[in-house]
Design a protein around this ligand. Structure first.
Ligand code: DX5
Ligand code: ZN
Length: 215
């Protein structure tokens, strides 16, 4: 399993250094949560900020767009150095067009589903995407509790991906810790996002190592 620390819990006055710190601590991906205050009730940062912090690491930039109109901003996030862009199927943009726009830029594309959205909603797009991100909390804030009732949804998704012989990664995001990461791995999660579990730990390097061991 790959570990993707969510920078949402970092000290934003040191954003670049925090990215570097996670790189040195052994992060596989940098999970970057973009929120517009409209799709979710919180605001974070946009493409110009990402462009600056891009210089601090060569690790994969996994950009999670929690915005109403992702299609409008795909070029900006590609220009800023995103390696993977995931956007919500519940957003206002056409999934097919948005995936196409991301892939035409040579960037990996993924769809995100909120807790109330069933696994089947992304089935029509499985052949077109590189990743499905399953939210294990309501998107918008770090530090919430893991929703274990999302595990059957992950299992269903994994089963469908395997049945079709596809190479689509499953990412899980929200409330992931050493207590529940083995359940995630068992259900079929390939990439685990962890904000609080990594940033609130005394030693992030050890926290990442522990998450890896537990799964
Ligand atoms: C929530 C974000 C998550 C969040 C994870 O909307 O998408 O990436 O920061 O943080 P924790 O691990 O604290 O739930
Ligand atoms: Zn996220």
């Amino acid at each position: 399993m790959l570990i993707a620390p969510s920078l949402l819990s970092c000290d934003f006055s040191q954003f670049g250094n925090e990215v570097r710190r996670m790189d040195l601590a052994g992060a596989d991906y940098m999970h970057l949560d973009v929120m517009d205050g409209h799709f979710v009730p919180n605001i974070t940062f946009g493409a110009p900020v990402l462009k600056y912090v891009r210089k601090f690491t060569d690790k994969v930039f996994d950009v999670h767009l929690m915005i109403s109109e992702p299609l409008k901003y795909i070029n900006d996030f590609c220009d800023a150095g995103a390696d993977i862009i995931t956007f919500h199927i519940e957003s206002d943009s056409d999934p097919e067009k948005t995936i196409e726009k991301i892939k035409n830029r040579g960037v990996k594309a993924g769809l995100v589903i909120k807790p109330a959205t069933p696994a089947e909603s992304v089935f029509p797009y499985l052949e077109k995407v590189d990743m499905i991100l399953v939210m294990t909390v309501e998107p918008g804030f770090g530090g919430q509790s893991f929703m274990s009732d999302m595990l059957p949804k992950i299992e269903k998704l994994k089963k469908e991906i395997t049945k079709r012989g596809l190479n689509v990664l499953i990412e899980a995001d929200g409330g992931i810790s050493a207590e529940n990461i083995s359940q995630c791995a068992k259900a079929g999660v390939d990439v685990a996002v962890a904000g609080t579990a990594v940033f609130k730990a005394e030693n992030p390097e050890r926290a990442i190592r522990e998450l890896r061991i537990k799964n």
